[in-house]
Design a protein around this ligand. Structure first.
Ligand SMILES: [Zn+2]
Ligand SMILES: [Zn+2]
Length: 68
């Protein structure tokens, strides 16, 4: 079984399975704060950061990203 990355690559905050986290297609992982700071673009590969599926999914229905 693959182990999920559980640390933000930017601030090294621990991201447990049920926490909001963002990943790019190369599985770079970031916390929600860093993802927003990065404008949801991965600094490693310039890929788009998308919200990682988690048990929070049903809660975060109003957490849509607003582009400014
Ligand atoms: Zn972070
Ligand atoms: Zn990446």
């Amino acid at each position: 079984m693959l182990k999920m990355k559980t640390q933000c690559q930017c601030c090294e905050k621990n991201l447990s399975d049920d926490m909001l986290a963002f990943v790019c297609s190369y599985e770079c992982t970031f916390c929600d704060i860093c993802a927003e700071t990065l404008r949801f673009i991965c600094p490693n590969c310039n890929g788009e950061l998308i919200r990682r599926a988690s048990s929070l999914d049903c809660v975060v229905s109003n957490g849509k990203v607003r582009k400014e």
